[in-house]
Design a protein around this ligand. Structure first.
Ligand code: 4NP
Length: 163
């Protein structure tokens, strides 16, 4: 059995690919690659098929995180196909919940910053129209959140990696 995580932002070219890359790195270092799978998506259709934003790729590469996904749009079937859906900000969170018309999957959807252990922010700010600092902040917040998420998964699934 593998736990399936889906990271979601607006465009799926900055924040959610970075979250996916950071989480994949943590999972690999923890020896859990067969047990936790990751994907990412955007709530918009703006960048379908595009690689991650070059500024996000470069900033992540400096931390030895390599981003490789291609953008796709969040789809209703993702509610069934993933165990946890991690929204980057409250707008993404609301946009996702709006597609869950009868509230069946509500408990699967979380703000990723709720897993932060060192930062108090609720949102990973959209870096697209800003400067370099915004991309560094995205990586700082997501590293904290993904570390906390891994702790949460190990606590929730104590047999993780045992089979
Ligand atoms: P992301 O950033 O949601 O972190 O991928 C954005 C990327 C593109 C746009 C907005 C945010 N856009 O408006 O095209």
């Amino acid at each position: 059995m593998a736990i399936k995580l889906l990271f979601v932002c607006l465009g799926n070219i900055c924040r959610s690919p970075a979250a996916e890359g950071i989480m994949l790195d943590l999972i690999q270092k923890a020896g859990l690659s067969d047990h936790i799978h990751c994907d990412s998506a955007g709530t918009s259709n703006y960048h379908i098929g595009d690689p991650p934003d070059s500024r996000m790729v470069m900033t992540a590469r400096q931390r030895d995180i390599h981003l490789q996904s291609l953008a796709r749009q969040f789809h209703g079937s993702d509610f069934e196909n993933f165990d946890l859906i991690l929204a980057m900000d409250r707008e993404n969170y609301q946009d996702i919940l709006r597609l869950d018309t009868d509230g069946k999957y509500r408990d699967k959807v979380h703000l990723i910053c709720d897993f932060c252990q060192s930062h108090a922010q609720k949102d990973v700010p959209d870096p697209y129209y800003g400067g370099r600092d915004g991309f560094e902040l995205v990586l700082d917040l997501l590293t904290d959140a993904c570390q906390g998420l891994l702790v949460h998964l190990k606590e929730t699934y104590p047999d993780l990696g045992c089979s």
